[in-house]
Design a protein around this ligand. Structure first.
Ligand SMILES: [Zn+2]
Length: 129
């Protein structure tokens, strides 16, 4: 849902008020979550490695609890060196051992903030009557 919401915010105009509110709320929540997770990881002494993402890259899910992982992918050091990127969410990574994980960053916070700001309610199409 997170990945989808950001894609919709980037690519489509939404004129339905309820849908707009839903997406905007999801964006705000993930934006806050990303900032909080960044801080937590940096405070824990982790470095964020810039990874970026490709246009068609699918959403990522935690390999343990299957929650959607957005922006900050915690991958095991081992899978990172093999480039197989086994993704964990922050909770599962902490439960295992954060030391064995590398943090890959997929989005710039400024970029996400820009998308958030740009996403506004589109005016409905004029009716043909
Ligand atoms: Zn998990």
């Amino acid at each position: 849902m997170i990945h989808l919401s950001w894609n919709m915010a980037r690519n489509i105009k939404v004129s339905d008020h309820r849908l707009f509110e839903m997406i905007k709320y999801c964006l705000l929540r993930t934006l806050k979550q990303c900032q909080m997770q960044r801080d937590l990881l940096l405070n824990a002494g982790k470095e964020l490695a810039w990874h970026g993402r490709t246009q068609s890259e699918p959403a990522h899910y935690c390999s343990i609890c299957e929650v959607e992982v957005f922006d900050l992918l915690l991958v095991t050091t081992e899978s990172n060196s093999r480039k197989t990127y086994v993704v964990h969410c922050q909770d599962c990574a902490r439960r295992a051992d954060l030391d064995n994980f590398v943090v890959l960053e997929q989005y710039k916070i400024e970029d996400l903030m820009h998308v958030y700001d740009q996403f506004t309610l589109a005016s409905p199409l004029p009716s043909s009557s």
